[in-house]
Write a protein that binds this ligand. Sequence first.
Ligand code: NAD
Length: 501
Amino acid sequence: MAFDLARLCADNTAFLDRRGRGEGLLIGGSWHAASGGETFATLDPATGVETARIAAAGPGDVDAAVAAARSALPGWKATVPVERARILWAIADLIEANIDALAELETLDQGKPLFVGRWAEIPGAVNQFRFFAGQAMAIEGNTIDSSIAYQPEGKQVRSWTRREPVGVVAAIVPWNSPLVLTAMKLAPAFAAGCTIVLKPAEDTSLTALRLGELMHEAGLPPGVVNIVTGTGAATGAALASHPGVNKIAFTGSTATGRAVLDAAKTDFKRVTLELGGKSPTIVMPDADLDLAVPGVANAIFFNGGQVCIAGSRLYAHRAVHDRVVEGVAAYAAGLRMGHGLDAETQMGPVVSARHAERVEGFLTRARADGAEVVCGGERSGDAGTFISPTVLAGVHADMEIVREEVFGPVLVVQPFDDVDEVVAAANDSQFGLAASVWTESLSHAHRMSDAIHAGTVWINCHAMYDAALPIGGIKQSGWGRDSGRQALDSYLEWKTVCAVL
Ligand code: NAD
């Protein structure tokens, strides 16, 4: 798993020299160290080697970042839509031009195999900026014919609505897919005319800082985006409760989502929450198994299962159950694990030692509860934070491993006999983020996608993301949607104007 940092591309070496020594707070268009001078280490999860030191923003730094965002707001919201669109498109072009270096940086910081960033996530970030460049020019209110009984005689009433930016947005993001999840907040907020204070996750700040540089190169005015790095408990909490913030756009765990909601309630900040999941994948007896088996395996093992919409509960019809389980276990056994920057690697480490211990805890308790290990189930490698791809059978609905989000490469599998039974099992969850149904039957596809309680249902595929497709959850998977027109709406307020003429 050894990887020599000297192999990094020249752009990233230069970037780490500039921003990797604790001078990475972006406030009002310039870069600063934390006012208290504090920093923390960020590690390569595949080796445990320190790659950079990140500034730990304190409350004073958060104040300064929010003040910079507030003072940039009037100018940015008055910018003509085509100018906002032009800058968003320029950001997309610069991400694309730097895509190889950004993918390398993301892998170094997060551990994911290079291809995940290079071919899936970072192109997704580019598309976010392009989609919302278009949306910036399509913001519209409407006219309303009213029936007000007490309007002055001989006068007419004209009423209309306008959309206005919510204001200063605190964007708080997790570590699993840092750049694309950041783009999913920034692009619609910029399009709407909002200004932002971004807090990346403490384990993965690097691509956010590089994006900060690229956004200014693209012509984003100073203060429209500000970046404060640091822990959730200090920097994140100070930002979420800051009185100068109008909206919190949060992606992360359900537990932290609750803390964010608490912080928002004092002054009724707008809140969108993209939270956890325990998404079912359902293989019907009429499924095309050549498609379904690698599909459900990839749904859990892609990015080491560190995906909010990971298909972590597999339900296979009894008629095909054994073939599906054997196929998924063979797929898992064939996955090459290693440093994400090695071209052969198909699955990297989990993001940190703390997270690896958390995943191991779930595995230990699952075994104690009676789960049978079909494959995996343990740490792997001498260094880094690798967990073998794991399939667990012999589980039942009330076990922790079936109910709670592990956020690692761990799949639980259960057989079923009929549609009503599997829909009830799929819906028996505190979460409602996503699901997939694998079937050749048009009737099953439609009826089951209606009956499943989830923000997204995929048919014969899983995790098909697009900037135009709203994504988000019901139940404890969150409030609101990222992506799509719905995301833009969540960064806009309605204003009603009523005139007597
Ligand atoms: P997390 O909740 O621990 O942290 C998310 C972010 O919140 C980080 O930046 C963290 O520093 C910050 N934070 C922590 N405590 C805070 C506080 N008290 N106030 C303000 N900010 C605080 O989540 P994580 O472990 O980084 O990410 C994994 C979770 O994210 C999983 O549950 C996953 O399902 C979820 N997720 C959801 C989606 C989605 O679209 N629904 C997408 C990706 C990840």
